[in-house]
Design a protein around this ligand. Structure first.
Ligand SMILES: [Zn+2]
Length: 175
């Protein structure tokens, strides 16, 4: 499977930094608040075989973390790993000449961070039904658009274009 080049990894790192700032601003959290220690973003070369999927550009896997500074067995917390699927993103970039990595990665990572904020705030459950997951997916795409649109990141229109089916009514995405 094709992995990002060093230059592409750098672009993705920049996209992660920008997305964190955007999402923290929107939800009025400081970057050093809980979010910092509750998730990680990894690209293909750092993924286990079980974290790699075909199709989606990223997936979130939830792990249980345990605090080291306590003896209490109940002191576990959710830890989310955003698993970036380089191969799928590279294939999308190849299929669409006008799509570029930076805005596309900002879209994908902002989207995943919104999911995590919403899980953490119990606005939706990680183990929701399939129907609820689809509705949540549409909501998160809407939110991603709402947050990113005013920022005018160069090339972002192409990323919006790529995802526009998700912004249409739910019937369209169930086809
Ligand atoms: Zn999603």
């Amino acid at each position: 499977m094709e992995t990002f080049t060093k230059a592409q990894i750098q672009i993705v790192n920049d996209a992660v930094a920008m997305s964190e700032e955007i999402v923290c601003n929107f939800y009025k959290m400081s970057v050093n608040q809980w979010l910092r220690h509750r998730y990680d973003v990894k690209t293909l070369m750092d993924l286990d075989q079980t974290e790699i999927i075909q199709g989606p550009f990223a997936q979130i896997i939830r792990y249980k973390g345990r605090r080291k500074d306590t003896m209490l067995g109940s002191a576990t917390y959710d830890f989310y790993k955003i698993c970036i699927q380089d191969h799928a993103i590279i294939a999308a970039l190849k299929s669409s000449a006008e799509l570029t990595l930076f805005p596309f990665a900002v879209y994908i990572i902002t989207h995943e961070l919104i999911h995590i904020v919403r899980f953490a705030r119990f606005l939706t459950g990680f183990d929701a039904s399939q129907e609820e997951k689809l509705k949540e997916e549409a909501r998160v795409h809407e939110k991603t658009y709402e947050i990113l649109y005013p920022l005018g990141v160069p090339g972002m229109e192409r990323a919006f274009e790529f995802y526009k089916n998700w912004l249409n009514p739910l019937e369209n995405i169930l086809i």
